[in-house]
Design a protein around this ligand. Structure first.
Ligand code: ZN
Length: 702
């Protein structure tokens, strides 16, 4: 229920679907450790290509056809892609550090993350304790006997256990003045992946809802409630979550910064939620000085208050108990772990087996203590040379984007000037932070993992709330060093590339420039273009969203150019909205617009940058037969390297979840949708106008 971050990422990360998985070339591993070191992934893999496919009809099938055939989804995964073997390897190397630190720590920091990992790995203890680790929290809820005290209960849960029951706050940058850090509150409180899961009339969704209620019932029974009590509580949970879903904005609505910006004084928020004492809550958090906050979803807060009024006390308590139980279930004894896996992973996402414990614990330790573990990890896995190389690549892409803006056929000189100002103000962070986070205040127990999780939550919340009213720390990172991902952060106008991604299949120093520009080059271009997508383009060079004098959302585009931009993004959204990801399930063109726009511009500027680099080496024709390697011209190698980053297999269930929740298109459509909008592709593969990958009408934004 915390405020939403607005950063745009390259890949989906976090939550239910985060994945660090088993490579196919690895022997089956045990719960306590992997059987062998995962091999380094191969960049530009000729054996992945399906030569029986026509690149002009379905380029993804051509670039990835054999890869898909040879890399079925491992039973412990729901999505398996070419870069999973990279995250797999990073995760394994991290695991080695964690295990060594757990067995024989050499520094206090190693002792800390070693203990965290060891506590997570201790399944014998977890099994012995059953649901005991969450009893204190459940007792706090059980003692709650007057709805008037709900703010105090919310506060107690946050302070002692790190998790808010109904309403939560966080500190983030003010979108009108990004130099200010302000208090914010968002929406949340749902257990299923999206509000549609509660509200859609689709038969499939109705079935999932029935299965969900059955699951909640079983979990309450495991906790010791009778079947009848449990069934009643499950009905309460479903009713309250459904009401919260109705009061929430959709993911598409939340994409528009204007929709999530409503500054209110504390007394205005108090009027909106008369049954929740903001004074009690904020005073308790040490935030008495706060005079106002951004209520990103006023409809949601209003609904929370309606629920406090309408629902009987036992129903509200059932809802809160459920959220304690649900969030802790993966770390309790085996029956809880199994039942939670059975519904959320197996039924909902199509995952056949649970991931080995060591993988889950490695990821959890990285999530809680990433900048502690990362310090040792980068020493071994990120040579200074890699950072230098990346800086050169980013510089080349910046030049290409500046040229691209200059050459844009549809934009006026006035708007181009503004775009150039924004580009000039771009900052970049590569590899890992300049200053590591100080974890000295985080307490870690080697024998109580639930307590460790709670302490990590409390540590993060306190770190976040301390930012209120302070200057923005521009050196702060939103991802840990071994992460295979990248992001653009609009209020800071910066692009960020963790050390983890600067490896094959994205980057390989031994490969020719065409391959590297098709891989990491497009990734850099993608992140830069996020600054100019449907969301990023609303933020100016200093990270502020422009507002008109009357308070309406403004723009740094001229009105005429804004109209043209909207027409062009509509072209992209219509195109991707026509792609089918599972039988009867289309991609949501509005939800994925920012990512598709970033791919649309990213590939073009990476290609331009490659042209510049090769021209300096005397190569002026990227389609020239004299520069063929492995049977492919530089242009063909560029597009193949790009396409092969997105080789993947997904379970049907996962495809359906992603269509509702993931702002990124599926690999198939990221590849085909991107190349069919870029004429250099058709030229590279000799396609004819009218073939699927070279349509008569294509979409270009940047
Ligand atoms: Zn992105």
């Amino acid at each position: 229920m915390r405020f939403q971050t607005v950063a745009s990422t390259l890949l989906l990360s976090g939550g239910l679907l985060a994945s660090a998985a088993v490579a196919q070339n690895v022997a089956p591993d045990t719960d306590s450790g992997p059987a062998s070191v995962p091999k380094k992934p191969v960049m530009f893999d000729l054996s992945s290509i399906d030569k029986t496919a026509d690149p002009c009809t379905d380029f993804y099938q051509y670039a990835c056809g054999n890869w898909m055939k040879n890399n079925p989804i491992p039973p412990s995964e729901v999505r398996w892609g070419s870069f999973n073997s990279l995250s797999e390897r990073n995760n394994y190397l991290l695991y080695q550090d964690l295990k060594a630190a757990a067995d024989a720590p050499k520094t206090p920091l190693q002792k800390k993350y070693g203990d965290y990992f060891a506590a997570c790995m201790n399944t014998d203890l977890a099994d012995k304790l059953g649901a005991k680790p969450i009893q204190p929290e459940l007792a706090t809820i059980a003692a709650f006997d007057d709805k008037k005290g709900i703010a105090k209960l919310d506060l107690d849960l946050e302070e002692k256990y790190g998790g808010g029951a109904l309403i939560g706050v966080g500190v983030g940058q003010d979108q009108k003045d990004s130099s200010q850090q302000i208090l914010q509150t968002g929406q949340g409180g749902l257990s299923l992946p999206d509000r549609d899961y509660y509200l859609s009339d689709d038969d499939r969704m109705k079935t999932i809802r029935e299965q969900y209620v059955a699951h909640v019932t079983k979990m309450f029974v495991l906790l010791g409630d009778t079947q009848d009590e449990a069934a009643k509580e499950a009905a309460d949970v479903m009713r309250i979550e459904t009401a919260l879903a109705k009061g929430s904005m959709s993911r598409v609505q939340m994409r528009n910064p204007a929709n999530r910006y409503h500054i209110m004084t504390i007394s205005q928020v108090q009027e909106l939620t008369p049954d929740f004492s903001w004074k009690t809550y904020l005073d308790g958090l040490g935030l008495s000085q706060a005079e106002s906050l951004n209520v990103s979803s006023p409809g949601f807060l209003k609904t929370v208050n309606e629920q406090i009024e309408a629902e009987p006390l036992p129903a509200l308590k059932a809802y809160m108990r459920w959220h304690v139980l649900h969030s802790s279930a993966p770390f309790l004894s085996q029956p809880f772990v199994d039942e939670n896996f059975d519904f959320f992973n197996k039924t909902l996402s199509g995952q056949k087996e649970i991931q080995p414990r060591w993988k889950r614990c490695t990821r959890l330790t990285d999530a809680a203590l990433g900048e502690a573990v990362g310090q040792d990890w980068v020493k071994q896995n990120f040579p200074p040379q890699a950072k230098d190389n990346m800086e050169k690549l980013v510089a080349a892409l910046k030049v290409a984007l500046a040229q691209d803006i200059q050459q844009l056929p549809w934009m006026s000189e006035d708007t181009k000037k503004q775009a150039e100002l924004k580009l000039a103000a771009f900052r970049q962070k590569i590899g890992y932070p300049e200053h590591w986070r100080d974890y000295s205040k985080l307490e870690v127990s080697r024998t109580d993992f639930i307590l460790d999780l709670e302490h990590a939550e409390i540590f993060e919340r306190e770190r976040n709330l301390k930012k209120l009213g302070k200057p923005v720390d521009e050196t702060e990172w939103g991802m840990t060093p071994p992460t295979v991902n990248a992001y653009y952060n609009p209020p800071q106008n910066d692009i960020n590339f963790p050390a983890g991604i600067l490896q094959p299949p994205f980057y390989d120093v031994t490969k020719d420039p065409a391959v590297n520009f098709g891989g990491i080059g497009v990734v850099i271009g993608h992140e830069m273009t996020h600054g100019f997508d449907d969301q990023g383009s609303k933020y100016g060079p200093t990270g502020n969203v422009k507002y008109n004098a009357d308070g309406s959302l403004g723009s740094w585009f001229t009105p005429e150019d804004q109209k043209k931009f909207n027409e062009r993004t509509k072209c992209v959204s219509d195109e991707y909205g026509s792609f089918e990801v599972a039988p009867g399930q289309k991609q949501n063109g509005d939800l994925t617009l920012g990512e598709n726009t970033a791919d649309n511009g990213g590939i073009r500027i990476a290609y331009q940058a490659l042209q510049e680099v090769l021209a300096k080496q005397g190569v002026t024709d990227l389609d020239g037969k004299q520069d063929v390697i492995d049977g492919y011209t530089p242009a063909q190698r560029f597009f193949l390297a790009f396409g092969q980053v997105w080789c993947e297999n997904r379970t049907e269930q996962y495809s359906r979840i992603a269509a509702k929740t993931d702002p990124h298109s599926a690999g198939h459509w990221r590849t085909d949708g991107t190349v069919q909008n870029f004429d250099a592709f058709g030229k590279a593969f000799g396609c004819k106008v009218g073939q699927p990958m070279m349509p008569e009408k294509s979409c270009r934004v940047w």
